[in-house]
Design a protein around this ligand. Sequence first.
Ligand SMILES: Cc1cc2nc3c(=O)[nH]c(=O)nc-3n(C[C@H](O)[C@H](O)[C@H](O)COP(=O)(O)OP(=O)(O)OC[C@H]3O[C@@H](n4cnc5c(N)ncnc54)[C@H](O)[C@@H]3O)c2cc1C
Length: 247
Amino acid sequence: MSDATVPARKRQPSGRRPASDRVRLRRLPERGHYDRATIDAIVDAAVVGHVGYVVDGQPFVTPTAVWRHGDRLYWHGSTASRMLRATKDGVPVCVTMTHLDGLVLARSGFDHSLNYRSVMVLGRAREVEGDEQRLAALRDFVEHLFPGRWDELRPPTRRELRATTVLWIDLDEASAKIRVGPPKDPEEDRSWPVWAGVVPVRSAAGTPEPDAHLPAGIPLPAYLRGDALTGAARKASRPHPQRGGAP
Ligand SMILES: Cc1cc2nc3c(=O)[nH]c(=O)nc-3n(C[C@H](O)[C@H](O)[C@H](O)COP(=O)(O)OP(=O)(O)OC[C@H]3O[C@@H](n4cnc5c(N)ncnc54)[C@H](O)[C@@H]3O)c2cc1C
């Protein structure tokens, strides 16, 4: 998909300057954002990220659950996970999070596109050390998805905590890229007799399905009712705050 038709004069970066040259958008830089408010909004709306790293010269990109606390982006998993074992000792990683907001249908195949919000973070992964610190990070993970749920849960055992690796990366070297709006057909294509426009895409949680072993009398928690249904899914469906709404 291409957006080569964006006029060069519009290609100005917005937001503050990139933290480093390697996170500076070259391609369509007017879609770049480097301010933490924009980056945090995209990260906080994400449930899944992709962690990229290299083992023995072979790149791997592993999808995994992610969450933010302050200036750090976290992910976790079994101590047996190759991804976690390979990246925990200060290994360089690249983590991305993407939200698809729309399918953009142009008059030519060349100008078809997608509306999206994405973040790319570069840095070195570090391990959360100590049971208390791991516990706090896991609490953040659950609370990110379901605000108020952690205190209702059976507390983790020491064995569970020891079987879990939690990693983090600083969010200080990151970029956001956002595309919004209609197709960018060149003027001479606009009269071509084919439908063109945007099909909005939304991420939405469905109706909760109770577990077969749920004892009678346990009500649906407030964080799963109506509009409160999963904090992350709710945030994911919000339009971008600075642009007044991806379609
Ligand atoms: C859902 C989705 C679909 C896309 N589809 C296409 C497609 O079909 N074809 C295509 O060419 N491109 C597509 N893109 C854009 C793509 O992610 C790249 O931005 C683009 O290919 C340019 O890559 P580059 O390496 O030349 O970028 P450069 O501008 O050279 O990258 C330099 C730096 O800019 C930042 N950056 C680049 N891209 C992103 C990004 N997406 N999010 C956050 N930071 C970024 C990074 O820090 C990177 O290190 C899509 C993006 C998304 C989110």
